[in-house]
Design a protein around this ligand. Structure first.
Ligand SMILES: *Cc1c(COP(=O)(O)O)cnc(C)c1O
Length: 398
């Protein structure tokens, strides 16, 4: 992924600042740290980029989703509408919160469809946890309207969509809270880390306390701080934050390069009438971390995937078979296999997870291929890749 491709001197410099002082902890130690506050700087950089009023860095994107749910008051027995196509972390966070995941169908935007959401709302629905999959945004206006009309909390798992926007507004800044991930596979990385954003000061305070054992972070004596509520440790460390800071400063360069590379590949794919593209309601806001496209049916898609592999077109994802991104392969989630008892095991839930079917999502995901867009491709490598793509497609569609 782009961030890891551009890892270099800037990251080392930021990490070295931390190593110089030895203060690996993000709070306190004001004298020893000599003005080095990497977590705060990382948060400021992200606020500047997204336009969010508040940002709080945490230990992972998964921790960010858990923090957002807790901060927004989503917990025991609350039904939360989620997509069946997402990284499995989204669903785990709902279950860990003691809430009940309710799956709704996606559409060709690869995100929850407005009709899908509408069809699973019950009196117990508390929130919609929308995932902007594979770097772009779905039908936002319609979904926001549904949440307003039904008084649902709207939370964004924008872990895969940092840098995507819709009508000029950044993914993660539409809902009560947005969640980003900086794991090794995201557009920019900090090793392991996440950030929650919000425009609501109270929600920010909830997140700030929840992610650090209730600490209110007022004053300079950690042991004497107030603890307005129960939390845990989802803190980010200064080393990770330092890397995240350096990477955030590269995101505009990354986005520009990805968009340029994606355009070239799209131009090639457009020669094939059999291929259609993932629907992006605001094309200008596509972060272009992937180019995602469909063939007419599952059998053809499998042929294309095979041909790509044979012709050395690497970094292609066929999510339908992926063990962690689509519900078809989530037997552990479907069967609620867990080492301990969660509320979802004992509370009534409206869906029979083991047997529920998703015909619309199956139709979308079984025909879908996502290609990673890299930023370090030389022009020669890009055109060699396009030649391999065309060789593969010519063979399948011949
Ligand atoms: C990556 C990801 C997460 C989790 O992020 P981590 O930093 O790996 O914990 C959550 N949701 C989605 C949609 C993701 O892609």
């Amino acid at each position: 992924m782009p961030g890891t491709e551009l890892f270099g001197a800037e990251e080392k410099k930021e990490v070295n600042d931390v190593l110089e002082t030895g203060v690996l902890f993000r709070y306190n130690h004001d004298n020893e740290r000599k003005g080095i506050w990497k977590a705060k700087d990382f948060e400021s950089e992200l606020k500047k980029f997204t336009g969010a009023k508040h940002a709080l860095a945490v230990s992972s994107g998964s921790a960010a989703v858990s923090t957002a749910l807790a901060s927004c008051g989503v917990g025991y027995g609350d039904e939360v509408i989620v997509p069946p196509f997402t990284f499995v972390a989204t669903i785990e966070a709902v279950m860990l919160a003691g809430a009940i995941p309710v799956f709704a169908e996606i559409d060709e935007t690869l995100c929850l469809s407005p009709e899908g959401i509408l069809s699973v709302i019950t009196p117990k629905t508390k929130a919609v946890l929308l995932v902007h999959m594979c770097g772009a945004i779905g039908h936002m206006d319609e979904i926001i309207k549904i949440c307003k009309d039904h008084n649902l909390k709207f939370i964004e798992d924008s872990a895969q969509a940092l840098g995507s926007s819709y009508k000029g507004k950044m993914a993660g800044t539409f809902g009560l809270m947005g969640c980003y991930s900086f794991d090794f596979f995201k557009i920019v990385t900090c090793g392991e880390g996440g950030i929650v954003v919000t425009n609501d000061e109270q929600l920010y305070k909830n997140a700030d306390t929840f992610s650090d054992h209730g600490h209110d972070h007022i004053g300079t004596m950690r042991g004497m701080e107030q603890h307005p509520n129960i939390g845990s440790n989802y803190r980010i460390g200064e080393m990770n934050a330092a890397i995240g800071l350096a990477q955030m400063r590269k995101i505009n360069t990354i986005l520009a390069k990805q968009r340029q590379n994606k355009l070239e590949i799209a131009k090639s794919l457009r020669q094939y009438p059999q291929i259609t593209f993932r629907e992006v309601p605001d094309e200008a806001g596509d972060s272009c971390t992937f180019i995602s496209f469909f063939t007419p049916n599952e059998a053809t898609t499998r042929k294309v995937v095979k041909a790509f592999a044979e012709n050395g077109v690497d970094a292609c994802q066929y999510w339908y078979d992926n063990m962690f991104h689509y519900i078809r392969q989530w037997d552990h989630i479907r069967d609620l296999k867990s080492t301990y008892k969660m509320p979802v095991h004992v509370l009534e839930h409206p869906q029979d997870y083991a047997n529920i079917k998703f015909p619309k999502s199956d139709n979308v995901v079984s025909r879908l291929i996502s290609m990673v867009i890299k930023v370090n491709w030389t022009e020669a490598q890009l055109y060699d890749r396009i030649a391999r793509i065309e060789r593969s497609l010519d063979a399948v569609f011949a």
